[in-house]
Design a protein around this ligand. Sequence first.
Ligand code: SAH
Length: 359
Amino acid sequence: MDSPAAKPPAPLLIHGLTRDELARVCREAGAQPYRARQVWDWLYRKRVSEWDAMTNLPPALRAALSGRCLLRPAEALRVEGRPGHTRKILAGLADGEQVEEVLIPAARRRTVCVSSQVGCRFRCAFCASGQAGFRRNLEAGEMVGQALLAARLLEAAPTHVVFMGVGEPLDNYDAVLRAVRILNDADGLAVGARRITISTCGLVPGIARLAGEGLQVELSVSLHAPTDALRAELMPVNRRYPLAVLLEACRDYTARTGRIVTFEYTLIRGCNDAREHARALAALLKGLACRVNLIPLSPVAEFGYAASDAAAARLFTETLSRAGINATLRISRGASLDAACGQLRARSRSQPLPGGPRR
Ligand code: SAH
């Protein structure tokens, strides 16, 4: 920590500590090594939200930890949706910022979609997240905290975590990887690496770095267009990392990790959903080990386009399939909840919520 000595140290987010780091904090508080394991258990197995609930810890350790660490990195300010269905949580952070997360239950799966930043720098034309600009990176503990809010609501740990909420995870690389390792810890939430997906708008250096982590996380790349011209219009990041460079990084990711890359393609009526687009996409992806998820656009006020109609979406999917591309048309389960990126936060910013998060 390099903060000036005059300032009191900022509280540590305890959910942002790896097990070794937690052991060090406990040791510094004068506790025996086995105490760290007990704390970890309270954090991730019993998932308590009060220090006093950690009943098997000596009061002195509880006091030392509560004096130094924050136990609630995020609070649920609002929950939308019914139990058993897609639900959305607006999470308030300690500094008053807000992010959203989405819970998607399915047969035997509990998927939580978490945010990695407050806002986003990349300004994809169809995405609500970038429209309000970038505010800050999330800390690892705030991302793990989102998974814990979900676990509390579901009364069970999530089985899958996808970094597809607000923000660009590879633009907050270190904190995201730290969160991945904490989520993945076998004695904690134990979300398997293959059940963690990092979704990117195409930051090539981040993809290359991720390939070298020795982790088996799923990589999802938001493609949305088969040509550089159209992609650059929809996603300005394409000017920095054009398709040829991006696809090369994806090929390399598969070669080094053995994981197949998923491409996300949002179907936008009269923009990227013609048969020629499907054919161009098939040609672009030919020979690449990949799958394609086709998702009808979730309308965003400032982007004057609509979702493709059902017939166009089906035709697009079939054209890809016939060309030998593994393509799946997804129904947007969050559509009725405004679950597209940034929409809940965008709405809450125009209708301020009463109260803020508590420490
Ligand atoms: N920044 C990352 C992750 C967050 S976005 C990325 O770009 O992948 C998660 C996914 O939602 C991305 O595929 C993104 O392109 C898509 N998305 C954003 N706005 C959308 C909208 N209005 N309708 C459908 N999908 C959208």
